[in-house]
Design a protein around this ligand. Sequence first.
Ligand SMILES: Nc1nc2c(c(=O)[nH]1)N[C@H]1C(S)=C(S)[C@@H](COP(=O)(O)O)O[C@H]1N2
Ligand SMILES: [Mo]
Length: 515
Amino acid sequence: MRSSRGAWSLAGVVAGAAGLATSYVAAMLLTIRESPVVAVAELVIRITPGWLAEYLIGLVGQLDKPLLILGIFGFLALVCAWAGRLARRSWWLSVLVLAVLAAVGALAVSLQRGATATDGVPVVIGFVTWLAVLALLVAPLRRADENGHEAAADPAYDEAAGHARRTVLVRAGLIAAAAAVLGVAGRVVGRGRRHVEESRRLLRLPQVTEPAVPRGARTDLEGITPWATRNDRFYLIHTAIIVPTIEPADWSLRIHGAVDRELVLTYDDLLRREFTEQWVTLNCVSNPVGGDLIGNAWWSGVRLADLLEEAGVHADADAVLQTSHDGWTCGTPLEALTDDRGAMLAVAMNGVPLPIEHGFPVRTIVPGLYGYVSATKWVEDLEVTRFADISAYWTERGWGERGPVKMSSRVDVPRSGEQVEAGEVRFGGVAWAQGTGISAVEFAVDGGPWTRAELASVPNVDTWVQWTGSLDVEPGDHTVRVRAVDADGTVQDGTERDVLPDGATGWHTSDFTAS
Ligand SMILES: Nc1nc2c(c(=O)[nH]1)N[C@H]1C(S)=C(S)[C@@H](COP(=O)(O)O)O[C@H]1N2
Ligand SMILES: [Mo]
């Protein structure tokens, strides 16, 4: 007698449960989404034809969604049991089955609105758990099987097989219990995080206005980066693995250090103050030439210059050390927070409360400085100080101290690798020189003469500007390059420099084919 089918099935089901539990906890911790199972349910709803959905809802009424989730769990249990039994014949076959399940989960997750790479992490964690637990559970069964082949007639074998089954049962019991505990823990954590999302959704910010793209800022060129970046398309950079979730009611900001009067502000204090709103393009210092770690949004908040004036900044201070809820720090030139560029404590992005991952409830926005020295998300502490006396997260790791954004420009159309029709080809992209403004953009094909591009209009000097132009192009492979000129007449630096230590330089190029 060999170890029973039941034990192999059980191994599959328990591995499945463990994987669902770890992916659930990961989803609760890392994202503000539900588990991947819910994403699959939503996908099923999306692809179910309307008539069928209506018929089913007619049958089960309000129970449609719970039943669907239950159905998915039931289906998963069956497939996992089958994968467990398959593992007896071939480990790789069962891996394949689980991989298909994980792929469906990953697909569902990636199709959610505003999905980012982080949303895929729970699926990967769940998949790895499946494999690890399945391997752990089937190992004793496999050993018993192997011994069984050699000694089928040996009565001692029955004892060994029984022993293997007991080992599997004990392990399976322990793992199932751990999965249950994880599931409950995930629920608790998830509730707290989702509560903050709920608070955010219910917030009304009367001083915040809707973003209205200024007249003439948008060109009609197809394929060009939208002038205004949607929140769910805005790049994300933070060191926190678990994004802080802070109730507005629990938030406060302390302004202290070299000041006459220390200030402590609550969220309500902030909302009672006069608001400022501005289009500002936010740049990451790690954005390579032509990269997309940049976005343009309508920010609303309270001017830092006013707050710092109220606090009474000492004359010898030249920096503000900002600290976030998650302990990230940056040193910002004091001048950039007190001059008239409009640095602010932002509470809204594109007309809605800051998305949690973009710093809810309050972050700093400073036009003209890279994010790593200025744009503290979940900001809670501002210490007025001197650069000589501080160090901060990225400057400790070799990045420049002050971080002014370098003038740059980018080709969006045609994209590298694109095929276009020969003849008159349209070109376009974006350019920025924060604090100064762009006066011209020039592009050149295959090392030919520089051609002046047309510039769209912009509301201020701190946003990017769209440029467009056209040129006759022969059939064949081509390269277009772009460079900007700022309002002072300075031509964009063409020297190719890497992002470290204080931002990349060089002219962006795009290779395309005309036919
Ligand atoms: N708390 C915190 N704030 C932070 C960071 C961080 O790691 N932690 N990264 C900074 C960097 S390097 C950039 S480029 C911007 C990015 O802001 P975004 O994620 O809203 O686009 O946030 C800045 N603020
Ligand atoms: Mo950054």
